[in-house]
Write a protein that binds this ligand. Structure first.
Ligand code: EPZ
Length: 418
């Protein structure tokens, strides 16, 4: 299995270009199921999760062409066939569950294997099914599968007990071609929700309020062929490179940022003593100087993103004092801390909280990526650890970071995939 080898101690310098957002491009790829016409999505990143979705659409007899040179992804779902519940590809990635909404719009039924839990939590689907129920869609959970059926999707009001990103996306997509109006209350406000609505509206959907807590979807009869569409930049990748500058005491320029989307990272880094200046879509991060300890509570957007907690934790292991992180979104997102402790970090996990006592130095070690963002945290720790760090199970990292090793090498890091 491939592994990442990092030799610590080198400062970074230069510029890095951020890729298009994984968590935007995945629901947008799925949304093409709603519209049987050739659709072009631009600047699509080369990621394992994108490959899984492309292969799933091909398994459903869609025509998919992806140029890894230009980043153009052309999808035509005209010949789409109903999904086989036992598709291994569905089980492989939770985001595949997002096909439910569009498949119900196309066929009025969809039976797929239950999305697995993963290394960060049980990942239930009750809010997705509650939203479907409000729109007249009946679901049955069997042994390892879920089957939903509907004669005609009829718009209605849906209240989400928790602003779930996936449930908001699934319900929004199932309401686009429904009869009448749907209102989603307590909807997720993440930028990727706004981006999915922007894509759907580019095809003639009528969605307002996306990116805010109340989304209104006026059902339409059909959709039109959209202009080629470029999703937003990846705010989590950008945040990861902001912390890379901070942890290595470096000054970096990050191209492809949206200041509003990065506000939680900018504010938290400022508390640590790291200053970020944004001009247009370029950010200059001055990570030089002592890092102060901070307290972090993860929250739904626009609060501090759960996807950034492990990456910040890696930097806080060498802050001058004790930091406390409270993870409020996923119930099992601290597995990576055991691996950081192998490198000399002093992290204690108590329920939802991680107490991080700052230490002077980290030491290279053999560690394993436990999940996507936990793996990124280990790579960042390896950048400053004394000696060599080997990160195994890096397929987790390749799911969500495009050419992470290459981008860090370009900034001067001593890092290789072997
Ligand atoms: C999306 O996952 C992202 N994935 C995650 O990013 C991100 O961490 C998460 O949103 C939160 O921001 C994609 O967009 C592909 P949720 P999702 O539904 O949609 C509970 C990464 O690293 N919940 O908002 O699965 C759930 O248990 C990944 O890029 C229910 O209780 O997140 C969790 O505690 C990791 N019932 C909370 O909501 C439901 O029906 C947040 O889940 C659905 C969710």
């Amino acid at each position: 299995m491939e592994k990442i080898i990092v030799k610590g101690g080198k400062r970074l310098q230069g510029e890095v270009d951020i890729s298009v957002a994984k968590n935007s491009v995945l629901p947008i790829i799925v949304a093409t199921i709603l519209n049987p016409t050739p659709i072009v999505i631009k600047n699509v990143p080369i990621l394992e999760d994108v490959t899984v979705l492309i292969n799933l659409l091909r398994e459903l007899e869609c025509e998919v062409n992806f140029s890894q040179i230009t980043g153009d992804l052309i999808i035509d779902t005209s010949n789409l066939k109903e999904v086989d519940a036992n598709s291994e590809l569905i089980r492989k990635m939770r985001a595949s569950f997002l096909i439910m909404g569009p498949m119900l719009s196309r066929f009025g039924r969809c039976k797929i294997s239950m999305p697995g839990g993963c290394n960060i939590g049980s990942r239930p689907i009750d809010l997705h099914l509650k939203g479907f129920k409000c729109l007249g869609i009946d679901s049955e959970i069997g042994y390892g599968y879920v089957e939903s059926k509907v004669k005609k999707i009829v718009g209605n009001r849906v209240y989400l007990d928790f602003p779930s990103v996936g449930a908001t996306e699934n319900i929004m997509m199932s309401a686009v071609l429904a009869e009448g109006k749907t209102i989603i209350e307590n909807a997720a406000e993440e930028p990727e929700i706004w981006d999915l609505a922007r894509f759907l509206n580019s095809m003639g959907a009528r969605i307002t309020g996306a990116g805010f807590g109340r989304i209104t979807i006026e059902g339409v009869k059909s959709l039109r062929k959209p202009e080629p569409f470029t999703p937003i930049f990846d705010r989590i990748e950008a945040g990861t490179f902001m912390v890379a500058a901070a942890i290595t005491n470096s000054k970096l320029t990050i191209n492809g940022v949206n200041e509003q989307h990065l506000m939680p990272n900018i504010e938290k880094l400022k508390e640590c003593g790291v200053h970020c200046i944004v001009e247009g879509n370029r950010m200059i991060v001055d990570g030089t100087g002592e890092k102060k300890p901070v307290d972090i509570k993860t929250m739904p957007y626009p609060g501090f993103p759960t996807d950034m907690q492990s990456v910040f934790a890696s930097m806080l292991t060498i802050a001058k004092g004790t930091s406390i992180i409270v993870e409020n979104i996923f119930e099992n997102r601290y597995k990576y801390t055991q691996e950081l402790n192998k490198m000399g970090a002093k992290i204690t996990v108590e329920g939802k909280s991680a107490i991080i006592r700052g230490t002077r130095k980290l030491y290279g070690a053999d560690v394993k990526a436990t999940d996507l963002r936990g793996g990124a945290a280990l790579v960042l720790a390896g950048l400053i650890a004394k000696g060599k760090t080997q990160v195994d199970d890096i397929e987790y990292i390749l799911r969500g970071y495009e050419k992470l090793d290459y981008k860090l090498q370009n900034l001067g890091a001593n890092i290789n995939v072997e």
